[in-house]
Design a protein. Structure first.
Length: 86
């Protein structure tokens, strides 16, 4: 599976992805609260939204490169992987 496969299968990769999900949810909460009384999100929230989106896109591509067709067929993670594509 090569270098990308080794990276994707490392515990630190999953830990980083989980941390990014948590960080992204915090920024979604901040933005939601801010937007209740303002017309536009703060610049730092917009930047973080783009950063998180880029991270999740790269994560998805790396997983697809590592697992190839198994990305769509692996028991236990198939549903989440397909959901990530939406």
């Amino acid at each position: 599976k090569g270098l990308v496969g080794q990276i994707v299968q490392h515990n630190a990769f999953d830990g980083t992805a989980s941390l990014m999900i948590f960080v992204n949810s915090i920024f979604i909460a901040i933005e939601t609260q801010w937007m209740a009384t303002n017309l536009e999100s703060p610049l730092f929230v917009q930047v973080m939204n783009y950063f998180c989106s880029l991270f999740f896109f790269v994560e998805l591509i790396m997983r697809m490169m590592a697992y190839r067709i198994e990305f769509f067929t692996r028991p236990g993670s198939r549903g989440w992987n397909i959901f990530d594509l939406l």
